[in-house]
Write a protein that binds this ligand. Structure first.
Ligand code: 2AM
Ligand code: CA
Length: 256
């Protein structure tokens, strides 16, 4: 099944490239254009997933109803993570497909078509990028570059984000913000940065990426240390093994 999911993520991601080269944006309007592509890509992914695993439940960002029964097998899909980047031609977006079994992530694939980078993991079998094993950085927080998202769509929540950002930045080396939570988790997994946090995300933003991260040796939780919520969504704090504890302590202090 993993091989089928890898091929599917690549097939779906290639559609982003066609959209950009076709310059449909200016013709049809940015909002409609993105909505059309999000839906088109999710439809493609859903039709393939129904063939690959007919018994699995599907949960995707473009569904009208996001409630899903996680007791069996469930695919959790973001057809296009990094929508704002896609609209702006920033060329940093991804397809994200995770599979949970009895509520736990067991398969994850994240594909960035602009870099032709396919990240994947299977529970207990390590994490890979384009066929090579990936590992988190061993750096402590003091030697870490941070990635964050500020949940900008909900301005009331940004205060806590910027408080945590200030406190983590003061203990770390530098910071970045990329606009794709799925890729942020893969970048922590591959040691390109060593910490990612965002206050409010949805399960499809992090289901696949969180498995890739933990299989690469990292840790991921909510800001309060609780397990990532794959039904409702919530906060995410993800880091390499030697930065996580200090980051979690800081996040808990900010929440207190
Ligand atoms: P998206 O591009 O698929 O919308 C950027 O900070 C991250 O937040 C992206 O992964 C983005 O996913 C996600 N995001 C954007 N709007 C969101 C929302 N309303 N709820 C949860 N996550 C969101
Ligand atoms: Ca999306």
């Amino acid at each position: 099944m993993l091989e089928q999911l890898k091929a599917l993520a690549k097939e779906a991601g290639k559609i982003f490239l066609e959209a950009v080269s076709a310059e449909v944006t200016a013709k049809e309007g940015v909002g409609n254009f993105v909505t059309d592509y999000d839906i088109r890509v999710q439809e493609l992914i859903y039709s393939r997933l129904k063939q690959i695993h007919p018994d699995a439940v599907l949960m995707g960002e473009e569904d009208e109803d996001h409630t899903a029964d996680l007791s069996g097998d469930c695919f959790i899909v973001d057809p296009l993570d990094g929508t704002q980047n896609f609209i702006n031609g920033y060329r940093h977006s991804a397809v994200s497909i995770g599979m949970t079994r009895a509520g736990e992530p067991v398969l994850g694939v994240v594909y960035n078509p602009y870099m032709d980078e396919l990240f994947w993991a299977e529970k207990g079998k390590g994490a890979y990028c384009n066929g090579k094993p990936i590992h988190t950085s061993a750096a402590p927080l003091s030697e870490s570059v941070l990635l964050f998202g500020c949940s900008s769509y909900n301005r009331e929540q940004t205060e806590l984000t910027f408080r945590l950002l200030r406190q983590l930045f003061d203990q770390a080396l530098d910071l970045r913000s990329s606009g794709s939570a799925a890729l942020d988790l893969c970048y922590v997994a591959s040691g390109r940065v060593n910490l990612f946090f965002e206050y409010q995300l949805s399960p499809w933003d992090y289901c696949a990426g969180s498995l890739i991260l933990t299989e690469a040796g990292g840790f991921a939780s909510q800001w309060n240390g609780g397990k990532l919520d794959l039904e409702q969504g919530g906060s995410v704090l993800a880091a390499g093994p030697n930065a996580y504890a200090a980051a979690l302590q800081t996040a808990c202090a900010v929440l207190a």
